[in-house]
Design a binder for this molecule. Structure first.
Ligand SMILES: CC(C)(COP(=O)(O)OP(=O)(O)OC[C@H]1O[C@@H](n2cnc3c(N)ncnc32)[C@H](O)[C@@H]1OP(=O)(O)O)[C@@H](O)C(=O)NCCC(=O)NCCS
Length: 178
């Protein structure tokens, strides 16, 4: 895989997606302080921890430079409204897992679908991925609809510990091939 430059910006009709960094941690903390957002993210601590969020965002440029994860802040009218990422990139650079979260005020307007379209096209185009994995909690109707729209194939269900809920949740797992 040819490493994409940090100057990569993806634009859609209504959104701008740019590589996230330490400067986005405060907004991310705000968005992830909403229990409705955090409960759908199995790795999210709830309530979020400011230092942990800051450390995570400060590490995004390194993850990108090492080809481990490509994370984009989603902006609408110059304001960060969420994050979309490809992480857990395989060693051969052919496969990654997609994730997305938005502030609740922005749900239901097609933004996640629009951002995901741009990232999937980029991933299967210039980035050269062959396969994208996805997973969502079984009670996440929005994500279920999204994977269906994009043509992801359901490959199974697994019980995973949810940090935000403090219990195991059933996660539905999918793949999308180029
Ligand atoms: C899941 C999430 C990213 C969806 O964002 P969104 O911008 O509201 O999604 P969109 O408006 O692009 O909708 C995509 C599709 O899902 C449908 N949808 C969205 N929310 C839905 C809901 N709660 N119930 C049923 N369908 C829903 C939309 O109608 C749309 O379907 P369509 O393509 O047939 O029109 C957003 O709700 C979110 O950030 N949730 C909290 C974090 C999260 O769940 N992240 C994903 C973890 S797997």
């Amino acid at each position: 895989m040819l490493l994409p430059p940090r100057s990569t910006v993806l634009t859609t009709d209504r959104l701008l997606l740019r590589p996230s960094d330490a400067g986005d941690a405060a907004r991310a903390f705000e968005i992830r302080s909403d229990p409705a957002v955090a409960r759908m993210l199995s790795l999210a601590r709830f309530p979020p921890d400011g230092d942990e969020t800051a450390d995570w965002f400060a590490d995004h440029p390194r993850e990108w430079a090492e080809g481990l994860a490509f994370r984009f802040a989603i902006e609408r009218h110059d304001r960060m409204i969420g994050l979309i990422d490809l992480d857990d990139v395989s060693v051969d650079g052919r496969e990654a897992e997609i994730g997305v979260w938005l502030e609740q005020a922005c749900w239901g307007r097609g933004y996640a679908g629009e951002a995901a379209r741009a990232v999937v096209d980029w991933a299967f185009g210039p980035l050269g991925l062959r396969r994208i994995r996805a997973g969502h909690a079984a009670d996440n109707a929005g994500s279920a609809r999204m994977v269906e729209t994009f043509g992801f194939r359901h490959v199974g269900d697994v019980a995973v510990p949810s940090r935000s809920r403090g219990e195991e949740v059933l996660q539905r797992r999918y793949v999308l091939e180029r």
